[in-house]
Design a protein around this ligand. Structure first.
Ligand SMILES: [Ca+2]
Ligand SMILES: [Ca+2]
Length: 292
């Protein structure tokens, strides 16, 4: 009989699915019990439409849909936050309205784990082109949870959660040359449990300096960030994604434009060479073929 809510909702929002109406004292009242995101992790928020004529409400809840053995009275509000819940457990809840005449039939039961929390991400940042395993440490990370980030250049693969941990593969564009890179910056990574409650944590995407070495037609500039790379970017200056001149390999920050930001990236890294493990100035000494 339980109803698991799977609607999406932003953190702090409510999951807007009507799960039932019930009667009180012979009157039909609009009462929809929904799950809401409580401010505190480990808690569970419930909200419902006010029932005209009701003097108050009772929320019954428990860890079995057939045994809602805890009750909390809600005299003058149409929402409540349940605390003291065992983590990583499916909690079931139902609400009734009451007045001087009596008590309504219970609403349909909703169920959810308490609100998840993320304590740590490992790693907290990754670079364009990376493929890695992301480890999320927290609690109430429910099997079946999804991982989301508002960045189309990331793909999460096969997240597996087990209460206090979640692992997922992450692929960050560009996986190969010619692909639109993931936009750099800080983004909120969200873990969303199957019932809809979510937790967030900042995750950062950084640029890959190897992408600044763009000119591959002149051998002397390969492995060096120099004027030849500046020229290469300048030739596509002011083009945007969708233009025939746009080249995703030159859009370092992945914002869909090749503009002054790209020139600034190269400018601030001019004179660096690939040492075999990093882009450094010292790796350019001595310059092959240069006269002293
Ligand atoms: Ca170069
Ligand atoms: Ca750009």
């Amino acid at each position: 009989m339980r109803t698991r809510l799977r609607d999406s909702a932003a953190a702090g929002g409510e999951l807007h699915r009507t799960v039932g109406r019930w009667r009180i004292a012979g009157l039909v009242v609009g009462a929809a019990l929904v799950l809401s995101t409580p401010a505190r992790t480990g808690a569970l928020g419930l909200a419902w439409n006010p029932a005209p004529g009701a003097a108050g409400y009772r929320v019954r809840y428990g860890t079995s849909p057939d045994r809602l053995d805890r009750v909390i009275g809600v005299p003058a509000a149409n929402r409540v936050v349940l605390h003291g819940l065992t983590d990583c457990t499916l909690w079931y809840a139902s609400v009734t309205a009451h007045n001087a005449v009596g008590e309504s039939a219970p609403s349909p039961v909703v169920a959810s784990w308490p609100r998840p929390t993320i304590l740590r991400l490992v790693p907290e940042r990754a670079s364009q082109g990376d493929e890695l395993t992301l480890v999320i440490v927290g609690t109430n990370l429910e099997p079946g949870a999804g991982v989301e980030l508002d960045n189309s250049g990331l793909r999460f693969v096969a997240p597996t959660a087990s209460c206090t941990g979640l692992q997922a593969g992450v692929a960050i564009e560009p996986a190969t040359a010619g692909r639109r890179p993931a936009q750099i910056g800080t983004f909120e990574l969200q873990v969303r449990n199957p019932e809809g409650l979510a937790a967030g944590r900042v995750f950062e995407i950084v640029v890959a300096p190897s992408r600044f070495d763009v000119n591959r037609t002149v051998p002397s500039t390969v492995g060096r960030i120099d004027g030849a790379d500046v020229v290469w970017v300048a030739r596509r200056f002011a083009s945007r994604e969708g233009d025939g001149t746009y080249d995703p390999d030159l859009d370092f920050d992945g914002d869909g434009w090749i503009d002054g930001q790209e020139l600034a990236w190269i400018g601030s890294n001019l004179g660096r060479c690939w040492s075999g493990s990093a882009w450094t100035h010292s790796a350019c000494q001595p310059v092959p073929g240069a006269s002293s």
